[in-house]
Design a protein around this ligand. Structure first.
Ligand SMILES: [Zn+2]
Length: 290
């Protein structure tokens, strides 16, 4: 069984708080309006979700009225099943992930053993969405947008324009390199970040899925790194390098330059190569010089 805990809520900006949860050192958020109270992400199990909603209500002085799930991974999504009597919002693809088999880090057996509940308890959002949704919390409107697939197939950004704060889910990570898994869409990921950056101001704060709050500059850097990850993998395929060749280079001469740590790249390679193969990218044939 993994260890579960809820840290201390930190004030980010007026009426906006963030808390770190274990397992997975995941961030959850709280957005307080004059009438509504919104929780962003729900923790890793129904009982943690229940405790998190109670803790958020204590900070807000009122019960949680809305919950947003930023994507379908266990540490963000599985707590939703423990929170009742609220309007819950998530991408419509969450409904395809209620069997507990989509998350690259867990499967039904791991859920029972490590997270302490049965995947049949998982629930989808009461209000599944496609592209965009606005929620009026009283004196504060929250905009929830899906700007394309990136880290997963269900990524949402939660924007609070009056406070210049954006919750990014795992589209941004600051405690380690962004995680690429079987459900990631690395090619379109930078475009989705472009969308959220174009809505931002120079002093907008970005709350990542994991790690400290980031500035626009840090988001710009990570966007460029994700773009480079895709381009470099594409280059390797075109040069005829296999995954094994690339891993050998990561562990040895490092002739290929990557934007992330060797282990992060090694973890991402199978999914990058699979996506590139699906796109029809293959070793390029060199034209004879004469
Ligand atoms: Zn994730």
């Amino acid at each position: 069984m993994r260890e579960f805990s809820i840290g201390d809520w930190q004030l980010v900006r007026d009426g906006i708080h963030v808390v770190q949860l274990q397992p997975a050192s995941v961030n959850a958020g709280l957005i307080i309006g004059h009438s509504g109270v919104m929780l962003v992400d729900t923790g890793s199990s129904p009982s943690q979700g229940r405790e998190l909603a109670a803790s958020a209500a204590e900070v807000a002085g009122r019960p949680v009225t809305h919950v947003v799930v930023t994507h379908a991974h266990f540490d963000h999504f599985y707590g939703l099943a423990g929170i009742s009597g609220v309007e819950s919002i998530g991408h419509e693809n969450l409904l395809r992930h209620l069997d507990g088999t989509n998350d690259p880090d867990v499967d039904p057996e791991v859920i029972r053993r490590d997270l302490g509940f049965d995947p049949s308890e998982l629930v989808g959002p009461t209000d599944p969405m496609g592209l965009i949704k606005a929620v009026d919390l009283g004196g504060r409107t929250v905009e929830i947008v899906h700007l394309g697939n990136g880290h997963s197939d269900s990524d949402l950004f939660v924007q609070v324009p009056d406070a210049r704060v954006v919750f990014t889910g795992d589209m941004l990570e600051t405690s380690s390199d962004p995680m690429v898994g079987p459900d990631s869409h690395v090619e379109t990921w930078p475009k989705a970040i472009d969308g959220v950056m174009s809505n931002a101001k120079s002093d907008t704060l970005f709350i990542p899925g994991h790690g400290p709050v980031a500035t626009l500059e840090e988001v710009t850097k990570q966007r460029a790194d994700i773009s480079m990850l895709w381009a470099t993998a594409e280059d390797c395929v075109k040069k005829g390098l296999t995954i094994e060749d690339v891993v050998a280079d990561l562990n040895g001469p490092r002739e290929v330059e990557w934007p992330f740590a060797p282990q992060s790249v090694a973890n991402a390679l199978p999914w990058l190569y699979r996506a590139l193969a699906a796109k029809g990218v293959t070793k390029s044939r060199l034209l004879p010089l004469l």
